[in-house]
Ligand binder design. Structure first.
Ligand SMILES: [Fe+2]
Length: 184
């Protein structure tokens, strides 16, 4: 991860402190750390961990300014693609379709959703016409894993890894993306 790129990622992620989605019990910064810490504990590879850490970055003011009027998952994916690569961006874009898919595929899943997540479901359903096709994508199983960590990462005061530790993993993803760009 370049110093400037890493600094920007840290700054924008940190700007989620105090940003709360609906009536969720924790802010988006704590939610991001919790989600990525669950990925870390599960042994996720760096790109999946990066997607877990940045999956809601589309709610940051800087990203909304860059990508106005887009749903947060699409805005986040567009902002992340040049910074962390295609796979991270795809997983971030897929975390809302994954929720819609799991609601229809797993009856018990719906009952574990937070109130804010249930409230947003109807409009998210309306914009997910290609779920069956997405579910055939080779990265789809990781999107489902990310989604379940996302739903579990809403516990006030839950212990997490530090932002430094998590960004160190993300740095491995950045290095690979940079290498790919240099080769092409
Ligand atoms: Fe989330």
């Amino acid at each position: 991860m370049s110093t400037s790129g890493g600094g920007e990622l840290r700054r924008v992620l940190s700007s989620l402190a105090g940003v709360v989605d609906g009536d969720e019990p924790i802010d988006e910064f704590s939610h991001a750390l919790q989600c990525a810490s669950l990925a870390l504990r599960a042994g996720a590879r760096p790109e999946l961990l990066a997607a877990a850490l940045f999956h809601d970055v589309g709610r940051a003011e800087a990203v909304r300014a860059d990508c106005p009027k887009l749903p947060h998952e699409t805005a986040g994916a567009r902002w992340l693609e040049p910074r962390l690569g295609e796979r991270v961006a795809w997983l971030v874009a897929a975390h809302v379709p994954a929720k819609v898919y799991l609601v229809s595929a797993d009856e018990s899943y719906f009952h574990g959703l937070s109130r804010a997540s249930v409230a947003s479901l109807a409009r998210q359903r309306d914009r997910e016409p290609n779920l069956e096709q997405m579910a055939l994508h080779p990265w789809w199983p990781d999107a489902l894993r990310l989604r379940r960590w996302d739903d579990a990462a809403k516990v006030p005061g839950a212990p997490t890894a530090s932002i430094d530790e998590l960004l160190a993993y993300v740095g491995k993803t950045c290095s690979r993306s940079t290498a790919r760009v240099r080769r092409s």
